[in-house]
Design a protein around this ligand. Structure first.
Ligand code: SF4
Ligand code: SF4
Length: 376
């Protein structure tokens, strides 16, 4: 049994305990220190540092403060003239509740791997959808033309990303509805080839699964990819699960369907950027699109809103993957901070009942009432 110490926030500590318990792993958490924000409880950290039979110490945070806590541990170790092996906890843990889907051998990362990697990335294989939900956050219901992602340009972008990061812990292949693109299998296989260590997911509403070819399912299985089903009222959950089970696929599907979305746009563009970012649920949904990455999909897809409503939201965001200034190790930091587009996001979101097949859209499907300043 290997003994480990953990310095981390409550959520991540809980998750780690549950993950280790689930797997009856060789690791035992011998001592832990709870940290939060500006933790200065150096006495407890000294205690953990001095555990003589500790294999290594894990830094585990859900607040992106890994380096702050690492610094605290290092200072404690220096004061005690003690060498401590430090590992970082795989950040993906905070997104999952299905520990059986997790490769627990990959839980503990070294510093270089963590610093040169990003936690999450999603990309579209198509901007179109068959369900066309009212207020789709990716604007799929107002994409007025067929728009599948060009495989070769995307592949070039992914190879460029591979130059910039060692790993992307979680990659989600989505849209729109990804099963609308007959080339989905190519995207899946190439994603696995470029990022062999990533947790890869295909995100679908499940409504086309009965039409999917055996070959595509085989590619998904062969590349160890999980299917995430976004469960909407129109989706026949039992049927979806039956297909996924019959095909022996790894999958996640929630038990309760989504019955509302949140309006999140402020057309005036005068939101306080820091506050909008701080209360945003999309800020960790890092998005790749046509040679750029950004903290979320909004700045890179809002062009569809502009086109449909003849608006001109001036959003020049997105990190150009081919900028000569961009170097390996920079993306983690660049993707985890507010961008100019945050001023178009409302601080107080408003619920809107879920509705499918909504091609006749209105600005108010996305924009909060309090900010009703649009033209016309
Ligand atoms: S299922 Fe709905 S929310 Fe998801 S991509 Fe399609 S239109 Fe958008
Ligand atoms: S632009 Fe900023 S506030 Fe708006 S969704 Fe993206 S990260 Fe969130």
């Amino acid at each position: 049994m290997k003994k480990i110490g953990v310095v981390g926030t409550e959520n991540m500590l809980d998750l780690l305990v549950r993950a280790l318990e689930y797997f009856e792993s060789d690791y035992k958490i011998e001592q832990r220190v709870l940290v939060d924000g500006e933790c200065r409880d150096t006495e407890k950290i000294h205690e953990i540092v001095m555990m003589s039979d500790m294999e290594f110490l894990v830094i585990a945070s859900d607040k992106e403060d890994y380096f702050l806590y690492e610094d605290l541990v290092k200072r404690a170790a220096d004061a005690k003239e003690r060498e401590v092996k430090i590992r970082f906890l795989h950040p993906y843990l905070k997104y999952i509740h299905h520990f059986h889907l997790f490769d627990y051998e990959k839980l503990f990362l070294d510093r270089e791997d963590y610093a040169n990697s990003i936690d999450y990335l999603e990309f579209h294989v198509t901007d179109n959808c068959n369900l066309n939900c009212k207020g789709c956050a990716h604007f799929s219901n107002i994409v007025s033309r067929k728009k599948n992602t060009d495989f070769h340009s995307w592949e070039k972008d992914m190879l460029r990303l591979k130059e910039l990061v060692d790993n992307i812990y979680t990659i989600r292949i989505m849209g729109g509805e990804p099963f609308l693109n007959p080339e989905l299998g190519k995207f899946v296989a190439k994603t696995r080839e470029i990022f062999p260590q990533s947790m890869i997911h295909v995100v679908s509403n499940g409504m086309l699964l009965h039409k999917v070819s055996k070959d595509i399912f085989q590619t998904i299985r062969a590349n160890d990819v999980t299917i995430d089903i976004s469960y909407y009222p129109e989706v026949d959950r039992d049927k979806v699960v039956e297909i996924l089970e019959a095909e022996n696929l790894k999958y996640r599907v929630s038990t309760v369907s989504t019955d509302e979305f949140l309006k999140y746009m402020n057309l005036k563009g005068d939101s306080d950027i820091s506050r909008a970012y701080a209360c945003c649920d999309f800020k960790e949904c890092h998005f790749l699109y046509e040679g750029k990455v950004s903290p979320c999909a909004f700045p890179l897809l809002v062009k569809y809103f502009n086109e449909y409503f003849h608006e001109s939201l001036d959003i020049r965001c997105g990190i150009d993957l081919y900028s000569p200034q961009l170097e390996k190790g920079m993306l983690r930091e660049l993707l985890n901070r507010p961008v100019d587009a945050c001023r178009y996001c409302a601080i107080d979101k408003e619920p809107i009942p879920w509705e499918g097949h909504c091609l006749d859209a209105d600005r108010s499907d996305w924009c909060v009432e309090g900010e009703k300043t649009w033209k016309g």
